[in-house]
Design a protein. Sequence first.
Length: 420
Amino acid sequence: MLRRILVVALSAVALAVVLLGAPLAVAIQRNVVAEERGELERAALQGAVTVSPTYRSGDPVELPAAGPGIEIAAYTPDGRKVAGDGPSRLAADEMTGVLAGRVIHLTTSDTLAALVPVSVGERVIGVVRATSSRSTVQSSANRDLLVLAALALLAVAGAGTLALWQARRLARPMSRLAGAAAQLGAGDFTVRITPSGVTEIDRTADALTATARRLSDVVERERAFAARASHQLRTPLTRLRLELEAGLDSDAEGLLRAAHEALATSEHLSQTLDDVLRITRETEGRTESCDVPALLRESDQQWHGLFAAADRPLRVVVEDPPTALASIVAVRQILHVLLDNALRHGAGAVTLVGRESADAVAIDVVDQGDGPVTWPPDSGLGHLGLVMARSMAQSQRGRLTFSQDDRGTRFTLLLPAAPR
């Protein structure tokens, strides 16, 4: 890219120099010749003024001093020199026009000449001839052409310097874009590109940054789905396996009963998978009505058998809670985590309580265990469920609290309540 910008810039300047410089060089050459002819004509006119009509009777002719490089001489009408520097006689063809009373300019391979008639009345009595060398004229033209060439080289050098600076200014952000794209391709979605000041490049950088952010969100959601799914599906899969094993070890009636229970568990498993997938794809908390009593009864149906198998009662207490403004899916999965935690790490009876707390809906999960609990939970694998539950509660504009005393362990989910 750097080389291409330089080539384009220098090519454009070179073309401009050629298109403008060539006619200008021709104009300079012609202008120098025209100026020299004018100078010769002025010198010859000044000499013609000094020639007296009496020079033919022997009076000397005193011609004025001409400029450097100019020779001036006076001639009779028949072409004989009477004064000054020049050839001793002029050719007849040189005298033809000037004897008619006109100023004549002659150009040969070696000289430039101006011939001015000296007249008395309407009669030409003499000729003044001023000449200069073509080499002198060409030297003057060459000096002007050298100045023109120097200016052209200066223009090319300035354009090259400016093009190099501009190319580097454009190449640096483009290199950063290429590096960011390589990082993005390698799986680093944290790439952020600083503005360069070039609108088009900054627009591309913003698009690349937005793409990295979207890819990061997608990958993060997929990771969250995998983590949540592995945690939330663990208990239903264990339950399904136990039910099938129990059916295989019993008679036909027990096998039929186990099959029905396995079907119910598989439905629970499918619902859990759908819930986790839906939560993972939601970028913001959904504002919808959540019937807390119905959700508590549903949780009782799903978990009652598991707690009964562990010889632990599960009780549901509904104290007329208002409708919660939260996603039913999110609340169901939070209760799933809290009940699974009570089953695995708690002790004694477990009580589910739905109640009103000031302007919020409170759902308590209480057990009689007194084991140590880290709160807030860290990101370790042993606390993954509680971390998920706390995060989901915050996504619903609620919060999950923990308390423990001599009566046991209490987790309380607080959610916004709809007006009654």
